[in-house]
Design a protein around this ligand. Structure first.
Ligand SMILES: CC(C)CCOP(=O)(O)OP(=O)(O)O
Ligand SMILES: [Mg+2]
Length: 240
């Protein structure tokens, strides 16, 4: 059984398999994404109940912009619908929502919705829900380095000042006090990171599961948690 004191602080999830789930049922891709929203809402509830502090989900990769326009437009409208339908319950449940990624590519109405949702929940400290939308792990590192380079150019810092924490402060995960996921879960059997968080995953435990995201439920999450709680994290050290 799971032990509360061994719960991870920060869980990251690559929600994958929505389209395969839909195809298996002879449904359009949108039906898979709609079903995926239910899995996500359920996971947020469980994380809150189990005392996890941060959940980061990969909702739309910067590389997903190459998908068929009809699917991209469906996803953009789905994100709007979900924020509108969930924002009040997030406020009630003390959930802070943060969005990371290149928001400039999002429809202006979605950008506005995200801004308002972040503003109206930024004081909530019980649980932080980070949604990566139009996000690229490599670009996150690039923009952080650019900020540091700018400070060096302005003479605000010396080259000798540049270290890991200076760069980490500029990463898009600087919106949370727990920027490093303890556990990364990827569904649907794919065994890759797909340009999600990169720097932040340096010492993250990985858990891969065949379940397609729309089918992911408390049994799957319990399996991931059980596996995580059995891990010995040595951060480069060796077995005693
Ligand atoms: C946008 C993203 C969360 C959707 C994840 O599922 P997917 O569209 O990659 O589905 P498939 O891997 O089954 O093609
Ligand atoms: Mg996929």
């Amino acid at each position: 059984t799971l032990q509360r004191e061994l719960m991870p602080k920060h869980v990251a999830v690559i929600m994958d398999g929505n389209v395969r789930w839909a195809r298996q049922r002879g449904l359009p891709s949108g039906a898979g994404h709609e079903a995926g929203v239910k899995s996500l809402r359920q996971l947020v509830e469980i994380c809150c109940r189990w005392g996890i502090k941060v959940l980061t989900v990969f909702a739309f990769s910067y590389d997903n912009w190459i998908r068929p326009q009809v699917e991209v437009e469906f996803l953009m409208s789905l994100f709007e619908r979900v924020i509108k339908s969930e924002i009040e319950s997030f406020k009630r449940e003390g959930i802070r929502i943060s969005v990371i990624g290149d928001s400039t590519k999002l429809p202006p109405s979605l950008q506005q919705l995200i801004h308002d949702a972040e503003e109206s929940t930024k004081e909530n400290s019980k649980f932080q829900f980070i949604v990566a939308v139009s996000y690229s792990g490599k670009y996150d590192v690039v923009q952080a380095c650019k900020s540091v380079a700018q400070k060096a150019k302005e003479g605000v810092i010396e080259l000798g000042d540049i270290n890991e924490s200076l760069i980490e402060q500029e990463l898009e995960t600087n919106c949370t006090e727990y920027p490093y996921p303890d556990l990364l879960i990827r569904t649907s059997g794919e065994l890759r990171v797909s340009n999600f968080l990169l720097w932040q995953l340096a010492y993250t435990e990985f858990f891969f599961i065949q379940t397609l995201w729309p089918d992911f439920g408390i049994e799957d999450f319990t399996e991931a948690m059980t596996s995580f709680q059995q891990r010995q994290r040595r951060y480069g050290g060796r077995k005693p």
